[in-house]
Design a protein around this ligand. Sequence first.
Ligand code: SF4
Length: 224
Amino acid sequence: MIRLARAHFPVTVLGPGTRLVLWTQGCSLACRGCMSRDTWDPDAGTPVPLESLTAVWRDVLAAGATGLTISGGEPLEQARAVAELVDAAGAERDRLAPGADILLYTGHEPAEITERAADPAVARILAGVDALITGRYRAGLETSLIWRGSANQLLLPRTALGHRRYARYIDHRPARAPVQVRVEHDAVLLIGVPRRGMLTALERELVGRGITAGEVSWRPTAAG
Ligand code: SF4
């Protein structure tokens, strides 16, 4: 069982191609300016059986997905479940679509990841993913690097497939940050890594059109 904040397919803004993205629930790193504060509480979100996620992954591969992105929250805070997910997703990928990659976001810095690799579950994750994006979100370190929120965050290919798919993006700086908007019931989901000022500008634009954003994931709620 893995606790998820949300899942979405197709996503075209968090890694190359068309991807399934899973956001794990729970993050204790508390970066100032985090836009996903709703993923911090480890008891929130929804527990999902790994078999269900593997079945979804299989289905989206059949529908043409070219990658899986695991983000958060902080995926390494559920290391054992994420290791099982990465193993299962890798096996399905090898069987059905060998060109599809697995990308994992973590707020840990490379030196912290090396320390954490003493945990066999973390070592399994590191062995199974094709690329990592590492590091805390640091509000003062603005960047235009693709898929990253601050300049300290590193894109690190780990496998031959990872190098093939990601090498060209390590220093890639698109003119605009890729973001996607999805409306879900009574919520608007902004997918991607927006640049500084974009969320404030979005709120201002909505207010200008008579729409008031209620709770937003990048501000503390009354409960904390
Ligand atoms: S930016 Fe990522 S690592 Fe930092 S607090 Fe938010 S979810 Fe956690």
